[in-house]
Design a protein around this ligand. Structure first.
Ligand code: ACO
Length: 373
């Protein structure tokens, strides 16, 4: 298996302080060459997980009272039976906070132990500042860095890969990674919006990541991709900063403030991209699909999940799905599934976990993780 080695170039003048070199060595740098190159050889691993979904359950029949749809249509096309909606005043920060508190407690840490926040969401509380900053204040963290990730359905894996690199390079020990969405305040509850509205739900998942010095455990590899030419196949046009005003009555009347999706394009790109990302991370880490103990796909749509699993050759018992109960919670789907798979005993210490996603952007991503909890 390819060893996780990062060559981090650092000018010797910049580390004239021997103490700095020593502290790098204690935080995971394994070798220091005289040419000013530091070889870093530690992996990151997940040491705590948590999720939160708001209590309000919205069934397909509830939606059928608001728009021309039916339980049968939604279940057949997406596998969704119900989803959760947050109460008024609860945004993605608050949802994320509930998940983060559980993940930090699960890791046996306190907020003071966290060195960085990486917050993935497409539904931030505000245009700016980012959710990470607001969360930092709400959870009374130290003045640690807070990064927002805006890669939609692939947001969690992008965020995980960022945390992984900050840990590998020794800049951080404990990184809080969150995926959280409040979709329900941004959906159109009318016939015009039905194709998108029925798919999405609110929720949050979080993990705490930490270093491990074992090269064959934790995050073994990540793969990230984007293809922006498809940006308008699944997007929300307004408010936008290239128009003044950023939102107008006309935009609202035209429905530009609601997400739009070319469902067939999403469907036809999702299946090959999921499979490519999965094969790529397996190849990169020298593993085979038969080695995988559990597959957690982004919960886009049950039909997509089933087709991907079939194409790649994974039996149903190795595939996690909870879209029937939560709908598509975008950046939150994978960490929510992680918690549930731990709870039902399917995600076990030593198991090989494959995660993959595809979504708006288009973006797609995967990671292979040797589970250590
Ligand atoms: N209820 C009832 N009818 C609906 C609904 C609804 N909620 N939404 C659309 N329809 C209608 C359409 O208007 C259309 O009516 P028409 O024939 O009179 O024009 C009819 O149903 C069929 O529409 P199609 O788009 O042809 O339906 P299709 O069988 O292709 O399925 C779907 C649509 C489910 C969106 C499909 O394209 C799909 O699964 N796409 C993948 C999209 C997806 O899952 N996205 C997830 C979010 S993105 C992500 O996470 C990656």
């Amino acid at each position: 298996m390819e060893m996780a080695v990062i060559i981090f170039k650092i000018k010797l003048q910049a580390c004239h302080n021997l103490g700095l070199i020593r502290s790098l060595l204690t935080t995971g740098v394994r070798e220091f060459s005289g040419k000013g190159k530091i070889l870093l050889m530690r992996n990151s691993t997940i040491i705590g997980t948590g999720f939160y979904v708001p209590p309000r359950v919205v069934t397909n029949d509830d939606l059928a009272k608001l728009m021309d749809t039916s339980d049968e249509w939604i279940r057949e096309r997406s596998g969704i039976r119900e989803r959760r909606y947050a109460e008024d005043g609860v945004g993605s920060v608050e949802l994320g906070k509930n998940a983060a508190e559980k993940a930090i407690a699960d890791a046996g840490l306190t907020n003071d132990d966290i060195d960085m926040i990486v917050f993935a969401t497409l539904s931030p509380d505000y245009f700016f500042p980012g959710n990470g900053c607001i969360l930092q204040s709400k959870m009374k963290f130290r003045t640690i860095p807070a990064i927002d990730v805006r890669e939609q359905c692939s947001g969690f894996i992008y965020a995980l890969s960022i945390a992984d690199l900050y840990i590998k390079t020794g800049f951080c020990d404990h990184v809080l990674v969150i995926g959280a969405e409040n979709h329900s305040t941004g959906l159109e509850f009318a016939d015009r919006g039905r194709a998108v509205t029925v798919l999405f739900g609110d929720g949050a998942g979080a993990v705490v990541m930490a270093p491990t010095d074992k090269e064959d455990e934790g995050v073994l590899g990540c793969v990230l991709h984007a293809q922006g030419e498809h940006y308008d196949k699944l997007w929300c046009q307004a408010p936008m900063s290239y128009r003044s005003p950023r939102v107008s009555h006309e935009m609202i009347d035209k429905g530009e403030i609601y997400p739009k999706m070319d469902g067939r394009a999403v469907f036809s790109h999702a299946i090959p991209r999921f499979c490519e990302a999965m094969n790529e991370v397996l190849e990169k880490t020298g593993c085979a699909i038969g080695d995988v103990d559990l597959f957690i796909p982004h919960q886009a749509n049950e039909r997509i999940t089933r087709m991907v699993a079939k194409k790649i050759g994974l039996p149903d018992e190795k595939v996690v799905s909870n879209i029937d109960r939560y709908g598509n919670t975008t950046a939150a789907t994978i960490p929510i599934c992680m918690v549930e798979a731990r709870e039902d005993g399917r995600l076990k210490k030593g198991g090989l976990l494959l995660i993959a996603s595809f979504g708006s952007g288009f973006t797609w991503a995967s990671a292979l993780i040797r589970w250590t909890m």
